[in-house]
Ligand binder design. Structure first.
Ligand code: IVH
Length: 706
C-alpha cells in the first residue's frame, strides 16, 4: 500500500523571487516522483499509477519552466528511471534510451504536433503510429549480424547486461537474416519485451504451486523473468518482443524514415508490430487511436496508449530532444481502466511517521487484464466524502501497472439495511493511542512516539538501501525484532551482536543469515552522516536535505545542539525543516536515541567515502586475530573493507598486516614466521581513523620471509 510517509525532500531555493509554497511543492513533487521511480524501476513494486505519476511530472515540469532556478540537477525531470540492480554487468548505452512525453487528449496531441511544425517552419510532416506496449525496453546489439549484447534500459544511460536471458526469447533473432547483404556491421535494435496475457495466469499458477509469490501483472512478470540470474529460468518463461526503433548504427547509412527502419528490422527477422500505421494529419492519428482502443481487449499483450513518431529521420534529428523526451515523438495515453467489484473490508495501516492509510480488501476482479484484490482508499476524508462502506459495489481503477485505487461507489450499488458509514479509527490500530488530524493535512496520524507499528516501519526505512543499507533487514525482520523483544529503539540494533544465540532461535534465521545480518549492521555504523540523517526518518528530511545538513554538522553531536537560526543559515534548509528538526531533537525519546547513536559512534565518521582509493588502508591486506577491546573482529573487518582494504582469514606471504588482539595464537606465530608486520589494536585504530601507517606495508616487510 502506498505510504504517504516518505519525508518530502524539502529543498528551498536560494532564489528568493520564487514563492516559498512553490519551492516546497516542487520539492514534494521531486520526492514523490523519485520514490515512485525507485519502487517502479528497482523494486518492481509500483506505488503511483501512471496518471498520478504523469500528473506530478507535468506539474513539476510546469513549475520548473516557470521558475528555472527550481530545476536542480537531481530533479527527476533531468533523468529517467533508476540505476541497475546488483547481479548483472552494467552496460553504458552508446545512445541514451530516453523516455516519451505524454498527452491525454486530442488538444494535447494537436499542441505537440503544432509545436513541432512551428519549430520546423513546415505545414505538415508525415507520422507513424505504433501501439505503446506495456513491457520493458530492451536494446540488442548485433555485430556482423550476430547478437552480441542485450541490455535493459535501466536509468536510460546505463542498463543491465541481460544477454544470456534475452537469447532465450524465441522471437528475438540470434542472427539477422540477410545480414551479409543488408545489416550494418554494428546495429542496435530496440524494442519492448513482454509476457503475453494468456501465459500470465499459467505462470502464476506454477509459481504458487512452487510456493513462490505471484506476480502482480504481466509487466512485472516480464521484468522478473528478464532479470533472472539463471537464464535457464528465463528460458521457461514465454517472453516475446516487438522491435520499434533503431538505436546505435555504425558504418552504415541509416534508413531515411522510421517506417523504413521498421521494414528493415522486419527484413532482418526482428518482430515488429503489425498494427503500426502511417498518418499525415492529427485527424488520421485520432482515428488510429480510436482503433487501438477498440482492438485493445483482443490483444494478447497490454498496451497503455499509442506512440506517435514523426517519420522522417532527418526531421527527427532537427527536432532533437527537450530534457528526457524527444520532440519528435509523443505517447498518447489511454485513460485508466476500470471495473466493478465488492469492497469486502476496509483496513487501516500505520506508516513510519504515524500516518494512517486506509486500503480496501476487494472481491478479486480483473481490471485491464490484471487481477486486483487490494486497492488504496487514500485517506479518511476521501472515504467520508465518497461514503465508501464495507459491502458496497465499487469502481476500481488501475492505470498502467500501478497500485489500483477505489474511485467511487458504483451507481448500481444496493445497500442492505445494516450498512453504515465507515468509522475511521479514532485510535491507532497498532497501539491504541488517539489519532490526530491537523487542519491543513489530509492525513490522520498516530502521534505516539513509541507506537510499535511506526517503529517497525521506521526500522524498515532505517535499513533501506538509500538509508543505512542493512542487507537482511527487510519487512519481516523489522517486524520480528521489536515484536520478539529484541529491540525497542534504533540504537539497540547495534547491540544485537550480544544476542546472537537468541537470534538463532528466530524462525527461518539460520546461522548464516544471522551472521550476515550482524555484519551488515556493523558495517552500517560507518555510513556517512548524511545517510544516517536520512535514515532517522525525520519528517521533511529527505536524502538531499540530509546531505546539506551533514555538510555543516559533521556529526550528531553538533546537529543535536543546532538552533533554528543556525539551521536556517544552511543553503537549502527552510523554516519548516529547521523547526521540525529542533522539535525532533528536543523530544525525550529522540534525545535518548541520539545519545545512544553518538555513544556507539554511528555515522560519526563524517562522510566516510565508499571504498576510497586514497585512504592508506586502500589495497592493503589484513588478517585480524585474537580478541580486540573496542570492537569485534567482524567489525574490524568491515571497517577495513569500507576503507578499501582486504580482510582475509589466513596469514600468507601476501598479508601486509596482522592485527593481533589478546590471546592471538597460531596466526600470530605464522605471521612472525613469514615476517608479516604485526600491529596492535591501538596502531590499527590510528591507521583506520587518522591514516597513520604503522610501518611501511608490503613486500619490504615480507621479503625477509624464510
Ligand atoms: S519509442 C525516444 N515506441 O515506452 C523514444 N517506446 O514511455 C523511445 N514503449 O521506454 C521509445 N511501446 O519502453 C517507443 N512503440 C513504442 C513503444 C515504446 C512501448 C515504451 C518504451 C519506452 C517507454 C517510454
Amino acid at each position: 500500500m502506498p505510504d504517504n510517509d516518505s519525508p518530502p525532500q524539502l529543498q528551498f531555493d536560494s532564489d528568493s523571487s520564487v514563492p516559498e509554497q512553490v519551492v516546497v511543492r516542487a520539492a514534494q513533487l521531486r520526492a514523490e516522483i523519485n520514490r515512485a521511480n525507485r519502487l517502479y524501476y528497482l523494486e518492481n513494486a509500483p506505488e503511483l499509477d501512471d496518471a498520478e505519476w504523469d500528473g506530478r511530472m507535468q506539474e513539476l515540469l510546469a513549475l520548473e519552466t516557470e521558475h528555472p532556478s527550481l530545476r536542480t540537477p537531481d530533479s527527476p525531470t533531468q533523468r529517467v528511471g533508476a540505476p541497475p540492480a546488483d547481479g548483472f554487468d552494467e552496460v553504458v548505452h552508446p545512445v541514451p534510451m530516453l523516455s516519451l512525453g505524454n498527452v491525454f487528449d486530442e488538444d494535447g496531441l494537436r499542441a505537440w504536433y503544432q509545436r513541432a511544425l512551428d519549430y520546423l517552419e513546415l505545414e505538415s510532416t508525415p507520422m507513424v503510429c505504433e501501439l505503446k506496449i506495456d513491457g520493458l525496453a530492451l536494446a540488442i546489439t548485433y555485430r556482423d549480424g550476430v547478437m552480441a549484447r542485450a541490455a535493459t534500459r535501466g536509468d536510460g544511460e546505463r542498463g543491465e547486461d541481460v544477454t544470456a536471458n534475452v537469447r532465450t526469447i524465441r522471437s528475438v533473432p540470434l542472427t539477422l537474416e540477410g545480414a551479409e547483404g543488408t545489416a550494418p556491421p554494428v546495429v542496435e535494435l530496440r524494442g519492448e519485451v513482454f509476457l503475453p496475457n494468456s501465459r500470465f495466469a499459467d505462470l502464476n499458477a506454477e509459481r504458487e504451486e512452487a510456493g513462490l509469490p505471484a506476480y502482480v501483472n504481466p509487466r512485472n512478470s516480464a521484468s522478473g523473468s528478464l532479470r533472472q540470474l539463471d537464464s535457464g529460468e528465463t528460458a521457461k518463461r514465454p517472453l516475446d518482443m516487438f522491435f520499434y526503433a533503431l538505436g546505435y548504427v555504425e558504418n552504415a547509412e541509416e534508413p531515411a524514415s522510421h517506417w523504413d527502419a521498421l521494414q528493415a528490422m522486419k527484413g532482418w527477422g526482428g518482430r515488429t508490430n503489425e498494427w503500426t500505421r502511417r498518418a499525415d494529419t492529427v485527424e488520421e492519428v485520432m482515428a488510429a487511436i480510436g482503433n487501438a482502443g477498440e482492438v485493445r481487449e483482443s490483444l494478447d499483450y497490454g498496451i497503455d496508449g499509442v506512440v506517435i513518431k514523426i517519420d522522417s529521420i532527418a526531421i527527427q534529428r532537427r527536432l532533437g530532444y527537450v530534457g528526457r523526451d524527444p520532440r519528435w515523438a509523443i505517447a498518447f495515453k489511454f485513460p485508466a481502466e476500470q471495473a466493478e467489484t465488492t469492497l469486502k473490508a476496509i483496513h487501516v495501516n500505520v506508516g513510519r511517521t504515524g500516518a494512517l492509510t486506509p486500503w480496501a480488501e476487494l472481491e478479486p476482479v480483473v481490471v485491464g487484464g490484471v487481477t486486483v484484490g487490494r486497492a488504496t482508499l487514500h485517506n479518511k476524508d476521501e472515504i467520508a466524502r465518497k461514503d465508501f462502506r464495507e459491502g458496497d459495489r465499487v469502481v476500481v481503477q488501475r492505470a498502467g501497472d500501478v497500485i489500483p485505487q477505489v474511485v467511487e461507489v458504483s451507481s448500481r450499488n444496493k445497500r442492505s439495511a445494516d450498512s453504515a458509514p465507515f468509522e475511521f479509527p479514532d485510535a491507532c490500530p497498532s497501539c491504541g493511542t488517539n489519532t490526530v488530524q491537523t487542519e491543513d493535512e489530509a492525513v490522520t496520524r498516530c502521534v505516539n512516539a513509541t507506537c510499535p507499528a511506526q517503529f517497525e516501519r521506521l526500522l524498515e526505512h532505517f535499513a533501506s538501501r538509500r538509508a543505512m543499507d542493512i542487507e537482511g533487514l527487510g519487512e519481516r525482520v523489522a517486524q520480528d525484532l521489536p515484536r520478539l523483544g529484541f529491540i525497542s529503539n534504533i540504537a539497540a540494533l547495534y547491540n544485537l551482536r550480544s544476542r546472537r544465540d537468541d537470534l538463532l532461535e528466530l524462525d527461518k534465521m539460520g546461522e548464516k543469515r544471522v551472521d550476515n545480518l550482524l555484519t551488515a549492521i556493523d558495517e552500517s555504523k560507518f555510513r556517512p552522516m548524511s545517510r544516517l540523517m536520512y535514515a532517522l526518518g525525520i519528517p521533511g528530511i529527505g536524502s538531499e536535505s540530509a546531505e546539506w545538513l551533514s555538510r555543516r554538522f559533521h556529526d550528531l553531536k553538533g546537529l543535536r545542539k543546532a538552533t533554528e537560526e543556525e539551521l536556517l543559515s544552511i543553503d537549502g534548509i527552510g523554516p519548516i525543516v529547521a523547526a521540525t528538526l529542533v522539535a525532533y531533537m528536543a523530544q525525550e525519546q529522540n534525545e535518548d536515541l541520539i545519545e545512544g547513536l553518538i555513544d556507539l559512534k554511528v555515522g560519526a565518521r563524517d562522510e566516510t567515502p565508499e571504498p576510497s582509493a586514497d585512504h592508506p588502508v586502500s589495497g592493503v591486506t589484513f588478517v585480524v586475530t585474537g580478541r580486540l577491546d573496542s570492537m569485534s573482529r567482524s567489525e574490524a573487518q568491515s571497517r577495513i573493507k569500507i576503507l578499501g582494504g582486504k580482510a582475509t582469514g589466513a596469514v600468507t606471504k601476501k598479508t601486509n598486516y596482522l592485527v593481533a588482539g589478546a590471546e592471538a595464537g597460531s596466526k600470530l606465530k605464522k605471521a612472525q614466521r613469514l615476517g608479516v608486520h604485526v600491529i596492535n589494536e591501538g596502531e590499527f585504530i590510528e591507521f583506520m581513523d587518522a591514516g597513520i601507517v604503522p610501518i611501511a606495508p608490503g613486500p619490504v616487510g615480507n621479503s625477509d620471509a624464510s
